[in-house]
Write a protein that binds this ligand. Sequence first.
Ligand code: MG
Length: 383
Amino acid sequence: MNKTVSVLGSTGSIGTQALEVCEKHGMRISALAAHSSVDMLEEQARKIKPHYVGIYNEEKYADMKQRLADTDIKVLCGMEGLCTIAALEESDIVLNSVVGMVGLLPTLTAIEAGKDIALANKETLVAGGALVTEAARRKGVMIYPVDSEHSAIFQCLQGNKREQLSKVILTASGGPFFNKTYEELKHVTKEQALHHPNWSMGNKITIDSATLMNKGLEFIEAKWLFDLEPEQIEIVVHRQSVVHSAVEYNDYSIIAQLGVPDMKIPIQYALLYPERMSCPTGRLSLTDYGKLTFEKPDYETFKCLSSAIEAIKRGGAYPCLVNSANEEAVRAFLNDRIPFIEIGEIVSSVLDKLENIPINSYDDVVKADNAAREYVRNIVSRG
Ligand code: MG
């Protein structure tokens, strides 16, 4: 493959697996960027020898620069560094796998520079869906989904007519607390919440999987990626995480994509599209599973899920508001400031307590983001 890639979020779970995929297929990596993991970033930089390395946390800049002083690698920092890397002349595609709202501006910058995006940053589409999809259309760039569900939908669309699609079926593992009651959820610990049955992921997304916020964010993402009405998206709990999602067409044929639960498959499809080559993962054996199950989600217990769906139905700033409130609430939970159950309470309260505003620019997104974070910080500090 002769595509050149920039990897934002290279030290995270998706980032490290992406580097493995790139290495296997001999893809050139022109830049790496991470939030603050200087040790791992240095190690990656010495091995891969990109032209640029970005460190988001400005306090780590001097250290990072010092560590790579004996190389020709240019070290950049902060949001400006991420955006410079997102727009690099020499890159064909930007893999954006940073965590959280931080990912939005680099995505918009990459699109304006005409780069295709392999998108693993959910918040890009959740908070800025209208802005991002409009910009991508205007610039004629592709957004290749990296999330396993959206990659599955994207794969199921190949060779068919988009206008003949009737709905998509977004599968959900259900997370570690599937079938638990609201009462039972009051007593879950951080350790339980951080243990996902099928997927190995970063902390933020693992908590989002336990609250089902992750599926709510994916619902919103699917709406923007595939230009769907909320009524065209059905969420189905599928505990085995083998059917990664499916598409129903007008003739009621349902086409699904299956595979082992390993992110390297969707990462590779996004980077190598439309090629399908051997992937550094295992084969799926259906007979090893034997049984695949499908159930309805519990929207009442998992308030994050119902709130995210309500947010996209209302539109405007609400998707951004619930997302930013969730980021703050998850941070508070991981810092032992609030119990697990409180995440859903806080996220759902946003729909009653915060006002909608139209989102016409990146600045509008930032305003909504700040409002939601301040709202949550006040709740958390009151105890
Ligand atoms: Mg997913």
